[in-house]
Write a protein that binds this ligand. Structure first.
Ligand SMILES: [Zn+2]
Length: 85
């Protein structure tokens, strides 16, 4: 069974569809059982969608830097709880 830290580490691969069938199934089982990781993944997906929207527009260096720091912060946040520490 995957642990919460595994979910965080593989979130980009999951979102981008790069997990194999078995790995993806294990990932989904953990998400089904862990509200904290579901919430974490939702935050990462929102940040990724925002980044995709911004990428289509012309932004200042300051705006790009601000967005990058927000994405890094969201990606480094640990889930609120760990069901499998
Ligand atoms: Zn979890």
């Amino acid at each position: 069974m995957l642990k919460c830290k595994d979910i965080v580490a593989r979130s980009s691969d999951y979102i981008e569809g790069e997990l194999s069938g078995w790995a993806r199934a294990n990932y989904k089982v953990h998400l089904f059982m862990c509200t904290h990781c579901r919430r974490y993944l939702r935050h990462v997906q929102v940040a990724a969608q925002a980044a995709a929207k911004v990428a289509k527009r012309s932004v200042s260096d300051e705006q790009a830097s601000h967005l990058a720091s927000n994405i890094q912060k969201a990606a480094s946040e640990k889930p609120d709880g760990d069901v499998n520490p």
